[in-house]
Design a protein around this ligand. Structure first.
Ligand SMILES: Cc1cc2nc3c(=O)[nH]c(=O)nc-3n(C[C@H](O)[C@H](O)[C@H](O)COP(=O)(O)OP(=O)(O)OC[C@H]3O[C@@H](n4cnc5c(N)ncnc54)[C@H](O)[C@@H]3O)c2cc1C
Length: 383
């Protein structure tokens, strides 16, 4: 009989295993893959944005109580103790000074190896059953008995087990991902632009700034990822987006600029009008949306055409019709109300949930890993 079985060797499972093993428990960490910490290695574009200078309720769908026990500064102290040197960028995002996600995983694995934690990889758990006062954990490698089980499987791979245990969860949906658009953006595929993005979500407006990346029939980029989280938090999968491609200008300044360009570029055709101002394909998209032929001489542009350009440059609209599958996290999971403050199931004693499998998700900026560290730590301590 094992003391504690942790299912899933990602950020939350590793953190939980370390803390639990440091307390002298006999811990077994089961991971379906070959290696631990796959997502840590992918995180932050390979740099691992492990937490943020500030965390607040604005950054999450729900602000979990567990941050009172272990917040971003506790996490930094913990990692410092493991030997990780970190820095904050100008937006408060925290990275290892090596700028390699492997540094984060290395220090975690060094610590894990110092404990007596048993790690079993290639060990997918497919069933968890309560038997009297212990659990039977069925895996590809056989059935294990455990006094306590911590589920740290990340997103949506766990639904069958949750259904069988009749534990309530909000359906898992891709989040922090690109958004599919009704408008085909083929012409713009691969184009990047610094924008101000205004989203009309139900009855409120959310404005995000940052780089937008256009794809065939979707748009992506960190500001779009953050909007995908917001849509999930409001349980909707459509909204309208308005991109201001030139947020540095007021309406009047933009019209002045366009009028000046008309004067100075009067020998050119419409196709060339936005050259030097916008990516060529974005310029062509504006012309298409304004129904202006590419070979129309610039000298024939009248005020109404220039005003129409200005409108589309400041309000390039898209209708969002769904989520892409390039998601960084899942929204949804075991409802916080199903769990105690120590993240133990209210229905099943000695069954715990940590990380993404819990219905807590944040926007980009290190908030999701912070939740993994926090939940892993809190359960590691209480188990
Ligand atoms: C490309 C990318 C970039 C990201 N960048 C950032 C970032 O910079 N900052 C940030 O805060 N967040 C980032 N995230 C999100 C962050 O990685 C996750 O929030 C975090 O890894 C969740 O940790 P977890 O332990 O809950 O789950 P995971 O890290 O997903 O770990 C779950 C583990 O459980 C294993 N598993 C699943 N099912 C079973 C089973 N049945 N039996 C046994 N094992 C199982 C999986 O193989 C996996 O190893 C990023 C995610 C991605 C994909």
């Amino acid at each position: 009989m094992k003391d504690v079985v942790i299912v899933g060797g990602g950020a939350s499972g590793i953190m939980c295993a370390i803390v639990c093993a440091m307390k002298g428990k006999k811990v077994t960490l089961m991971e379906s893959g070959v290696k631990l910490g796959k997502k840590i290695m992918m995180s932050g574009n390979g740099r691992c944005n492990l937490t943020n200078k500030t965390i607040s309720s604005d950054n999450y769908n729900v602000f979990p109580k567990q941050f009172e026990k272990f917040d971003n500064y506790h996490a930094l102290e913990f990692f410092k103790g493991l030997g990780l040197e970190t820095y904050f960028d100008e937006e408060g995002r925290c990275y290892p000074i090596s700028n390699h996600a492997s540094s984060v995983l290395d220090v975690l694995l060094n610590k894990l190896n110092q404990t007596n934690c048993e790690v079993i990889s290639n060990c997918a758990v497919d069933n968890i059953k309560r038997v009297n006062n212990y659990y039977e954990v069925s895996t590809a490698l056989g059935v294990f008995e455990a006094k306590k089980v911590v589920i740290a499987t990340g997103g949506n791979t766990i639904t069958k087990i949750l259904d069988e245990l009749e534990i309530e969860y909000r359906p898992f949906k891709p989040s922090l991902c690109g958004l599919k658009t009704l408008q085909s953006t083929q012409l713009l595929t691969g184009v990047r632009a610094e924008c101000e993005v205004k989203a009309v979500i139900k009855d409120f407006v959310k404005v995000e700034k940052g780089e937008v990346i256009f794809k065939d029939d979707a748009i992506s980029g960190i500001c779009i990822f953050n909007l995908s989280a917001l849509l999930n938090w409001h349980n909707i999968d459509n909204c309208s987006l308005s991109l201001n491609l030139l947020p540095q200008y007021t309406d009047k300044q933009l019209l002045d600029v366009l009028q000046t360009r008309k004067q100075s570029l009067s020998e050119l055709t419409a196709r060339q009008f936005f050259d030097g101002m916008l990516h060529k394909n974005l310029g062509q998209e504006i012309l298409n949306r304004c129904h202006i032929k590419l070979n129309m001489p610039v000298k024939n542009f009248n005020l109404s055409i220039l005003k129409n350009f200005a409108t589309h440059l400041q309000n390039l609209t898209f209708n969002v019709c769904g989520f892409e599958n390039n998601n960084q996290v899942h929204s949804g999971g075991v409802r916080v109300g199903e769990l105690t403050d120590n993240l133990e199931s209210k229905k099943y004693a000695n069954l715990y949930f940590v990380g993404e499998v819990v219905d807590v998700d944040g926007v980009c900026g290190g908030y999701n890993l912070q939740w993994a560290w926090t939940s892993g730590y809190v359960v590691g301590e209480s188990v």
